[in-house]
Design a protein around this ligand. Structure first.
Ligand code: K7E
Ligand code: CUA
Length: 664
């Protein structure tokens, strides 16, 4: 939400509603007496679900256990992470490369977990970079980011990443329409003519997960917000919520809220594949980065790609259709059967539910309501299944419980509302504290939801936690939805600002979790696979330290002969072959982070000494009883010094009377 919530506040003001007036009254008293029991996961026991949360402006993903709400991990994705050296080590820096160069941060809003036959398969998580358009793929075996692909012709990758039911595609559409990258210098006032909204269909290689842009759809200049793939009967289609169909380029808060209805865009992507086969695509120049982390070299590579395939719907009939949707739709969600498409208009008084069967009929009978920039607009009445009446204020997102019900989050009226998909009757509502954005039911976006819990991700927490200065924790709330009535069980604080999250049965991931990297499979160029291979090599002013770590020493731990003006590369190989024994490495005065090296892995810290002296190095991770002894010294001599390059561990030289202290 972030900035977009402003327009909600504007709308709230316009409707004469005060936000505090919508605050639920009995804040917190509604907790069922058995709640503690339901969320209690005894010490040593595991949670039933993993919950993968987007971190919003922290650019990362975080992993929680459900129902306990215990945070298990932060996975760095688009932002540097000094805690483990992500974006600081030589191996991971290329992962954050873009056509703009190295970017240390982004804004991650949505998560998609890979699916096979419409169900979670526990292989990968995908995340979007909202600022500099990128999509990332994270391995659910190593819990690490393995791939980041930049998207050309895009300006803010919010409507992303959404996947098809067999992970054929990860789809990403632009929030800001912009002139295509090769358009050059154009005035903002030429928006309608020159600005376009590109939608990227990124194919996923089934075995490796490798991403590549199969094609981009060139759409008129509007904003895409969220999307879902069709599933089951609607597999082969994709649905996108669109706003700013007014095509405003300034004061969108007012100017993009003019129309009574915006659109949901329906894309027949199977048809797009046919057009591509027929040669209807056009390759255009572009510039975008593709970064891949290789687990055997423990290193990333960044490649710049210079062209992209595009399809213009104007030259491809029957490919895309607009459906009117009230008003400024945000969420666009498809029910488990694939028949119902739910649009959530932030400023709308109803929730429209569209029928896939009716969409097909309306297309067949050309039941159009004119066109938008040459693209047919289907008649609202002919595609509408029905409207949920008086659901609440400010509907944002909808998930499904697998028992024929939908649950929608309401930002303005701070509640979750359960309604029946068939008769569109509201069944239940519970307050949230406060103003939920997304919500998540384990398996909620798949064709087989596990309708046991729903988790609301709240934007505002106010009085829910101990105050922490002007910035308060954002939070999640867990509700039991196994019965007729939704019951609040637990509040738990989150990191960053969670937007979308997905929850998946732990059983699908737990068994595949990687424990170590095998040392014999380590093909890092500078690996030292045993202490005998440890060495220090000078190449001009570059010094490569092939260093090993094992409980509880480094080899070498004494290095002399480094000079001012040198660039030192500590290539650290962790020789451990035991689960949960990382070593860390830090250098005094280094303008860099630490690195954290997993068993069997090699990571490199670059250090440029800035003064003459003795520089301590040490392990940062309490790895053994003698962790505190895991340390060493590097001697830095003046530029041009003749001190020979030597290195050792456990070697004690008797003091040499000829040794003199070199003055600075
Ligand atoms: Cu927060 Cu999905 Cu960016 Cu809605 S979005 S809340
Ligand atoms: Cu190795 Cu502490």
């Amino acid at each position: 939400m972030q900035l977009r919530s402003l327009s909600i506040f504007a709308a709230v003001a316009a409707l004469g509603i005060s936000l505090t007036g919508c605050k639920p009254k009995d804040a917190g008293s509604a907790i069922a007496s058995d709640a503690a029991e339901k969320v209690y996961v005894a010490p040593g026991k595991h949670d039933e679900f993993y919950n993968f949360l987007s971190g919003g402006f922290n650019g990362q993903m975080s992993v929680y256990g459900i129902p306990s709400g215990r945070m298990l991990k932060i996975i760095p994705v688009f932002s540097v992470f000094p805690e483990n050296g992500w974006g600081y080590s030589e191996e991971t820096k290329p992962m954050l490369n873009t056509s703009h160069g190295f970017i240390p941060w982004d804004d991650l809003h949505h998560i998609s977990l890979s699916q096979t036959k419409g169900e979670h398969d526990g292989r990968w998580a995908f995340g979007n970079a909202n600022n500099t358009p990128r999509v990332a793929r994270i391995s659910l075996s190593t819990f690490r980011t393995e791939e980041i692909l930049e998207l050309p012709n895009s300006g803010g990758n919010h409507s992303s990443p959404f996947i098809t039911e067999n992970t054929e595609y990860v789809v990403a559409s632009t929030r800001f329409s912009v002139p295509p990258d090769n358009q050059g210098d154009v005035p903002i006032s030429t928006f309608k003519k020159n600005f376009k909204g590109y939608i990227s269909f990124i194919s996923v290689e089934p075995k490796t997960g490798r991403l590549s842009i199969k094609f981009q759809l060139k759409m008129p200049g509007i904003s895409f917000d969220l999307a879902r793939a069709g599933k089951g009967k609607s597999h082969g289609w994709f649905f996108f919520s669109c706003y700013n169909t007014e095509q405003a380029s300034t004061l969108l808060e007012v100017n993009a809220s003019q129309k009574d209805k915006d659109f949901i865009l329906a894309v027949n992507w199977k048809k797009a594949e046919e057009y591509l086969k027929q040669g209807k695509g056009k390759i255009v120049p572009a510039k975008y980065a593709h970064n891949v982390y290789d687990e055997s070299t423990h290193s990333a590579n960044s490649t710049i790609i210079n062209e992209v395939m595009t399809l213009d719907p104007k030259e491809c009939p029957d490919l895309v259709y607009f459906m009117p949707c009230p008003k400024s739709p945000h969420g666009c969600d498809v029910d488990p059967t694939g028949e119902f498409i739910v649009g959530s208009g932030k400023l709308a008084a109803v929730i429209p539910v569209f029928s896939f069967d009716k969409i097909l009929k309306a297309i067949a009978s050309k039941s159009y309501d004119g066109n938008f920039d040459g693209i047919p607009v289907l008649k609202y009445e002919s595609v509408l299944y029905g409207e949920v009446q008086k659901p609440g204020l400010g509907p944002l997102h909808t998930e499904f419980d697998g028992r024929g019900n939908a649950i929608t989050s309401f930002f303005v009226s701070s509640e979750l509302v359960k309604w029946n998909i068939k008769d569109l009757k509201v069944l239940d509502r519970v307050p949230t504290y406060y103003s939920p954005g997304h919500l998540s039911i384990p398996g909620g976006p798949t064709s087989k939801p596990h309708g046991k819990y729903v988790i609301a991700y709240n934007k505002i927490t106010k009085d829910r936690y101990l105050p922490t200065g002007p910035e308060l924790a954002q939070s999640a709330q867990l509700y039991d939805i196994s019965g007729d009535k939704m019951k609040l069980l637990l509040d738990f604080p989150t990191v960053g600002e969670p937007h979308y999250a997905e929850a998946i049965p732990a059983a699908l991931i737990e068994k595949n979790s990687k424990k170590i990297f095998k040392i014999e499979d380590n093909h890092h160029k500078y690996a030292a696979k045993g202490e005998k291979e440890a060495k220090v090599v000078r190449e001009g002013n570059k010094v490569h330290v092939y260093m090993t770590a094992i409980r509880s020493h480094f080899t070498p731990d004494n290095i002399e002969g480094i000079r001012l003006g040198d660039e030192v590369y500590f290539h650290l190989t962790n020789l451990e072959q035991d689960w949960d024994v990382p070593h860390g490495f830090a250098v005094k005065g280094s303008n860099n982070a630490e690195i954290l090296i997993m068993p069997g892995e090699t990571q490199t810290l670059k250090w440029v000494p800035d003064r003459v002296g003795i520089v301590p190095i040490y392990c940062t991770d309490f790895c053994s009883a003698l962790h505190q002894e895991m340390q060493g010294y590097v001697r830095v001599s003046p530029a041009g010094s003749t001190v020979p390059l030597t290195f050792s561990t456990g070697k004690v030289n008797p003091p040499d009377p000829a040794d003199k202290v070199v003055k600075k």
